[in-house]
Design a binder for this molecule. Structure first.
Ligand code: PEP
Length: 251
């Protein structure tokens, strides 16, 4: 049975003290309860070690929001996958549309990042998704297929099995405009078909595919009820423990 996961993506929000306090609140909310999904928070690099020190890693996974496409060396300002792993984090979001759009991250760059993340035992949460124009002109299946093929399809089946996918239609991120549960299911089922064709049914069935894009407590249950939607990648609603836990409890 593939894992159900709710992961928060804090983006460039909270200073260190606010971030630690938010992580403590989520950690507290998970005490004494066993959610029907794994729970992960992806936080700014500066927060990783401090957050790791205050959470129970058995109940709350920790991730970075990015990592470098190089191993180490003269890359001022970059943070490597091995540095991320050394903080205690075990996940890393890669290919978020904001990284693709604002920082020019191409599939070639993302392929490097994925490889380095896996080498350092980090679980990539790999984001894919079309922009509004691609949704409207009907090319969205092709766009998502190409994003997966270009960055991930040189992985062995064993390595691909370590990847979590997050389908995030760009037009739904931070816009308050959520994809309908049917739109999400249609894309997730399509993605699973592509995976089955490349890696076989077993790998496709085991791959968790999260939905992201204005997911909130009020719409999470309906999205998560779809057979191919294995959880959510949550931006805005992960910045308050109550709303984040509302989504966790939607499972
Ligand atoms: C995201 O950035 O991954 C995301 C899904 O954001 P939001 O939930 O705010 O739309």
């Amino acid at each position: 049975m593939r894992k159900k996961i709710v992961a928060g993506n804090w983006k460039m929000n909270t200073n260190l003290q606010e971030g630690v306090a938010l992580a403590e609140k989520v950690n507290e909310a998970l005490k004494g309860v066993t959610p029907n999904c794994d729970v992960v928070i992806a936080v700014p690099f500066t927060h990783l070690a401090s957050v790791n020190a205050v959470i129970d890693s058995a109940k709350l996974g920790l991730g970075a929001e990015n990592c470098a496409d190089k191993k180490s060396g003269a890359y001022t300002g970059e943070v490597s996958a091995s540095m991320v792993a050394s903080t205690g984090a075990t996940y890393v979001i890669l290919g978020h549309s904001e990284r693709r759009q604002y920082y020019g991250e191409t599939s070639a760059i993302l392929k490097e990042k994925v490889g380095l993340a896996l080498e350092n035992n980090l679980t990539p949460i790999f984001c894919i998704g079309e922009v509004l124009e691609e949704r409207e002109n009907g090319t969205y299946f092709d766009v998502v297929k190409a994003q997966i093929e270009e960055a991930l399809f040189e992985l062995s089946a064993e390595d691909f099995g370590k990847i979590i996918l997050a389908y995030e239609p760009v037009w739904a991120i931070g816009t308050g405009k959520t994809a309908t549960d049917d739109q999400a299911e249609e894309m997730h089922a399509f993605i699973r078909e592509i995976l089955a064709a490349k890696y076989g049914e077993a790998v496709a069935e085991e791959t968790s595919i999260l939905y992201g894009g204005s997911c909130k407590p009020s719409n999470a249950a309906q999205l998560f009820a779809k057979p191919n939607v294995d959880g959510g990648l949550i931006g805005g609603a992960s910045l308050e423990a109550e709303s984040f836990m509302g989504i966790v409890n939607a499972f």
